[in-house]
Design a protein around this ligand. Structure first.
Ligand code: GLN
Length: 200
């Protein structure tokens, strides 16, 4: 079977780590930042970074309309952290001018876990991923406050003082996590996404 081509939106954020994880998971992975490069991919990862900056650069690089169109046509997209924010239909505590692709019917809160616990690690079980719970790394992460009826909740953090929070979701071919599996060498989520791209 030929490897699916998966682009990592390379405007800002931890692009290299996702390219490495996708390659390890069997994809033909490449950084992309131009509309012409988007045409050549079967799926897209929006990395962690800063969603306000990514939002601005999406416009500067004229990637907004092409990505919107591909999402509407069913292209699989995986967003982690800032990438999750970019996929949400509603963002709380965002900048008024930031705009995402509004693909997953959910409300996310930016930097939700608060200053004291800006960055932390937790165990998260992901529905559909076999084996032990993920060792999940959160860095100024969003959480999901509300999901629409079409959204499948895949994972939650339950061992924080902030209570039970949704941190992984899927709606159709769109996948999002608050945490960063590209940083820990655990390729199961990237394999899950590669399988999703293969199936699409
Ligand atoms: N706080 C960042 C944002 O709002 C996300 C952080 C991350 O991607 N690690 O975009």
């Amino acid at each position: 079977m030929t490897a699916p081509v998966i682009g990592v939106l390379a405007l800002q954020g931890d692009v290299r780590e996702h390219v490495g994880a996708l390659a390890g998971a069997g994809a033909d992975a490449r950084p992309i930042r131009r509309p012409g490069e988007l045409d050549a991919v079967d799926g897209l990862v929006i990395p962690g970074g800063e969603s306000t900056t990514i939002s601005k650069l999406v416009d500067i690089f004229e990637m907004r309309e092409p990505i919107d169109k591909r999402i509407a046509a069913g292209m699989p997209v995986y967003g982690s952290c800032a990438g999750m924010i970019m996929l949400a239909t509603e963002v709380l505590d965002g900048r008024p001018d930031q705009r995402g692709f509004a693909g997953i019917e959910m409300t996310v809160r930016r930097n939700a876990f608060g200053r004291q616990v800006d960055s932390f690690e937790a165990s998260v079980e992901i529905a559909g991923v076999q084996g032990a719970a993920f060792h999940a790394v959160f860095i100024r992460a969003p959480w999901v406050e509300r999901v629409g009826p079409g959204v499948e909740v895949l994972g939650r953090v339950t061992d924080r003082p902030v209570g039970d929070r949704i941190v992984a979701v899927r709606q159709g071919n769109l996948l999002a996590t608050s945490f960063h599996p590209e940083l820990t060498g655990d390729l199961r989520l990237h394999r899950y996404f590669v399988d999703l791209v293969r199936a699409a």
